[in-house]
Design a protein around this ligand. Structure first.
Ligand code: KG4
Ligand code: ZN
Length: 391
């Protein structure tokens, strides 16, 4: 196969990521250098530390991505980079790296909106040589109460595995973006063309997961840890009210829920006997798990109720759940139970939920390349409306 490829670069937060993607959405390589260990001891991403690590990580990661895909620069038709939104110093490293490479190689540059790219994840598919490290596997499709594995393109990978259906979401559809920095519902009309239906009034849901994990002292990033602990907990022991639960409240809010968990932790700690003069006693493992389950259950109820309402009101057949929190197993399970007949629910493969460059290169095929003058002048932006162009 010698189809042209887009080289995608992503560095908006704490993952340095590089991918090579063909026009039909086939991902040849999806390489991610995570900085989780670097930031864990701070309990959150430290922007300065993150941008410095991006700077060190990019060039070796690009080299290893080419080696892994077994292709050279001659296959690359353009370079795509996340230009907004994100941590400004982190974005800057990606944008400047992409500009330098595009100039040096004489290639066009495409600027990509990070959130629009998350929405594109369920349209990607592994290249036919599935099984090689880095290639994403099938997405989760929930239709009429049944869970299927779905791939959007026909290829050797699907023919070899009869349990996989070949299907892709239709347009328009509703997309729920749930990540560390954003929580929004969008009506998506075409790749990269969307309109905001609802957004969070305060914290993003992933941010709430990370903050609750910090209050509980269970680790960073909080999402995967709480997901695991909640699965073994009892959600009925501590019942938290799902935020903004009135039917006419479309927007999300997670800061009140996070504070309610923190208050409950305080109350439990005060009630737990500790040695005189010692710090408050730590909560026992079962209580921690039950708190995780209670928090997660309220967060999921809010996410699902609002998303299902939005899909019904928009009259669409497909609802996509994307971003880091889409990896949540509790959310996937609850969605399978709550989805009404006739609605198809899509969750990207785990490797395409959290930040990655495959979604950047994949969406870039639908984004016009910049003129060489605009390419050299491209500047990252820390905030950008969901519907705005990335450059
Ligand atoms: O999309 P992402 O990688 O980065 C942003 O664009 O923000 O999302 C990261 C967020 C973090 O807050 C992390 O705690 C959360 O996604 N996350 C999860 C899970 N895996 C990652 N949240 C809930 N359950 C998970 N399994
Ligand atoms: Zn993201």
């Amino acid at each position: 196969m010698s189809a042209p490829l887009i080289l995608g670069l992503e560095s908006s937060c704490d993952e340095t990521a590089v991918a090579l993607v063909a026009e039909n959405g086939e991902v040849l390589v999806n390489a991610v250098a995570s900085q989780v260990d670097l930031h864990a001891r701070f309990g959150g991403v430290v922007p300065e530390v993150a941008s410095r690590r991006h700077l060190e990580a990019f060039l070796p990661l690009i080299e290893s991505a080419f080696a892994e895909a077994g292709v050279g620069w001659d296959r690359v038709e353009s370079i795509a980079v996340t230009s907004a939104p994100g941590l400004i110093g982190c974005l800057l490293v990606g944008v400047e790296t992409a500009k330098a490479l595009a100039w040096r190689r004489g290639l066009p540059l495409r600027a990509v909106h990070h959130l629009q790219a998350h929405l594109h994840a369920p349209f990607l598919t592994p290249a036919p040589r599935d099984g090689r490290p880095g290639a994403p596997a099938a997405h989760l499709l929930i239709a009429d109460g049944e869970e299927r594995r779905a791939l959007p393109a026909r290829g050797a990978a699907t023919e070899a595995d009869p349990s996989v259906v070949v299907a892709r979401p239709g347009f328009p559809h509703v997309g729920l973006i749930v990540s560390g920095g954003h929580t929004s519902l969008a009506l998506v009309e075409a790749p990269g063309r969307c309109r905001t239906l609802a957004t969070t009034r305060d914290d993003a849901v992933g941010e709430a997961y990370d903050k609750v994990a910090r209050v509980l002292g269970v680790g960073f990033p909080g999402g995967p840890v709480i997901d695991r602990m909640a699965a073994e907990g009892d959600p009925s022991r501590f019942e938290f009210t799902p935020p903004m639960d009135r039917r006419d409240e479309r927007d999300f809010s997670f800061s009140g829920l996070k504070s309610a968990v923190a208050r409950k932790v305080e109350e439990l700690r005060r009630a737990t006997p500790s040695a005189p003069g010692a710090d408050a006693a730590p909560l026992d493992e079962r209580t921690l798990r039950d708190l995780c389950a209670g928090f997660q259950s309220a967060a999921i109820r809010s996410l699902l109720r609002k998303s299902l309402d939005a899909a019904r009101e928009a009259g669409v057949r497909d609802l996509l759940v994307v971003g880091g929190v889409a990896a949540n197993r509790g959310l996937r399970r609850a969605a399978a139970e709550a989805a009404p007949r006739g609605l198809r629910l899509w969750f990207p493969n785990f490797s395409l939920c959290t930040d990655n460059a495959a979604m950047i290169a994949g969406l870039a095929w639908h984004v016009a390349p910049l003129s060489s003058e605009a390419a050299l002048g491209l500047e990252p932006r820390p905030t950008l409306a969901l519907e705005a162009p990335a450059a």
